[in-house]
Design a protein. Structure first.
Lengths: 166, 164
C-alpha cells in the first residue's frame, strides 16, 4: 500500500457549470463572431444615442470653463468637478463619435492626475481644444495629434519653469 | 440557439453615467439579452444583484460612493458559490496598467477600456459564456483563475478542485 501524503491545500478551486449548461441544460458555445446584421443594428443604436449625447457634450464642455480659474487657484471642489467631468467625457466622447474630444479629455485627466497644482493656462488650452473639436464635429485626427503635441510641450514648459523657480 | 441563450440572460449594468448605462443597456437589448438591470453605483448594484441574481455583471470602475473595485470584492465574498463566481466585466476609461491590475486583484474577470465598441462588448460577453473560468479562493484572493487550464503543473498538486 502506498503511503500518500496530502500536501497542504493553499487554494480551493471551484468549477461551476457554464452559463449555457445552467440555462439550456446542455453545453453550448456561442458564436465568437458577431452577426454582421446585429453589428449594424448596434452601430445604428449608437448613432441614435449620439444625437442626444452631442447636445449634452456641448453643454458639458462649455461648463468646464467656469472651473478653470478656481481650480488653478487651488479650489479643491472646482478641481474635483473639472476632473470628474473630464473623466466622464474621456469615457463617453469616443464611443459617441467624438474621438478627438475624448483624446483631449484624456490628456487633461492625465495632466490633472500628475500635477495637483494644475496651471490655469494648461487647463484652459485643453478645454478650448475640446470646445473647438465639439464645434467642428471633432473628426480631424491630424490636427488633434498636432494639438496634443503642443499641449505636451506646454505642460513641459509650464512645469519646467516652476521647477526652475522653485 | 445563441439568441435563445442571450434571451435567458440577466445582466446587471453599473455605471454612474446615465449615457453609458443607457448605451450598454440598449446594446444588450439589440443582442437579445432577456433582462437588463441598471444601477448608478456600487451600493445600488449590490442591492440589485442580491434581488435579481444576474448571470453577468458589467461595471464601471470609478463611481461614488462605492466604486466598481469594491463592488467586485463584495461579490467575491458572497457565501454562495454560484453567486460568488459571477463573471464581472469592468468597463473603464482608466487604461493604465495600475487600474487593470487593481481590477484583477479585486476579482474582476475581464476588462474593457472605453471607448466601448459593439464588437468588443460582444466578445467579452461570449468569453464569459464560452470560457467560464474556475473560481480560485486563497487566503488573500478570491476571483477567477488567472492560469490557463492547459498548463502542466511542475511540482506537487496543492490545489483542491471542487466540482459543483
Amino acid at each position: 500500500m502506498t503511503d500518500v501524503q496530502t500536501p497542504d491545500v493553499q487554494a480551493r478551486f471551484v468549477r461551476l457549470p457554464s452559463i449555457a449548461e445552467r440555462k439550456l441544460g446542455v453545453d453550448f458555445t456561442a458564436p465568437v463572431r458577431l452577426d454582421p446584421r446585429v453589428l449594424d443594428q448596434m452601430q445604428e443604436t449608437i448613432r441614435e444615442l449620439s444625437a442626444r449625447y452631442s447636445e449634452n457634450l456641448k453643454t458639458q464642455v462649455g461648463s468646464l470653463f467656469s472651473f478653470i480659474e478656481p481650480a488653478g487657484a487651488g479650489d479643491a471642489e472646482a478641481w474635483n468637478q473639472l476632473y470628474a467631468m473630464a473623466h466622464e467625457i474621456r469615457g463617453l466622447a469616443g464611443t459617441f463619435g467624438y474621438p478627438t474630444v475624448g483624446r483631449f479629455a484624456h490628456s487633461l485627466c492625465g495632466y490633472l492626475e500628475n500635477y495637483k497644482s494644475a496651471a490655469s493656462t494648461v487647463m484652459r488650452f485643453h478645454v478650448e481644444a475640446m470646445y473647438d473639436a465639439v464645434q467642428s464635429g471633432g473628426a480631424d485626427e491630424i490636427l488633434a495629434s498636432e494639438t496634443l503635441m503642443s499641449l505636451e510641450r506646454l505642460i513641459a514648459l509650464t512645469h519646467e519653469g516652476e521647477r526652475s523657480a522653485g | 440557439m445563441a439568441r435563445s441563450l442571450f434571451g435567458m440572460l440577466t445582466i446587471l449594468v453599473v455605471d454612474d453615467s446615465l449615457h453609458m448605462r443607457r448605451l450598454i443597456a440598449r446594446l444588450l437589448d439589440v443582442l437579445g439579452v432577456g433582462q437588463v438591470i441598471v444601477a448608478g453605483d456600487g451600493e445600488e448594484a449590490w442591492a440589485k444583484f442580491l434581488e435579481h441574481r444576474p448571470d453577468i455583471v458589467i461595471t464601471d470602475a470609478a463611481m461614488k460612493p462605492t466604486d466598481g473595485f469594491v463592488l467586485a470584492q463584495r461579490l467575491r465574498a458572497i457565501g454562495e458559490d454560484e453567486l460568488r463566481a459571477v463573471p464581472i466585466i469592468m468597463v473603464s476609461a482608466h487604461s493604465e496598467l495600475s487600474a487593470v491590475e487593481r481590477a484583477r486583484d479585486s476579482g474582476v474577470t475581464d476588462f474593457i477600456c472605453k471607448p466601448v465598441s459593439p464588437r468588443l462588448l460582444y466578445e467579452r460577453l461570449v468569453g464569459a459564456l464560452n470560457r467560464p473560468r474556475k473560481l480560485v479562493e486563497t487566503p488573500t484572493f478570491t476571483g477567477p483563475d488567472r492560469r490557463a487550464d492547459t498548463a502542466a503543473i511542475d511540482g506537487p498538486e496543492r490545489r483542491q478542485v471542487t466540482y459543483i
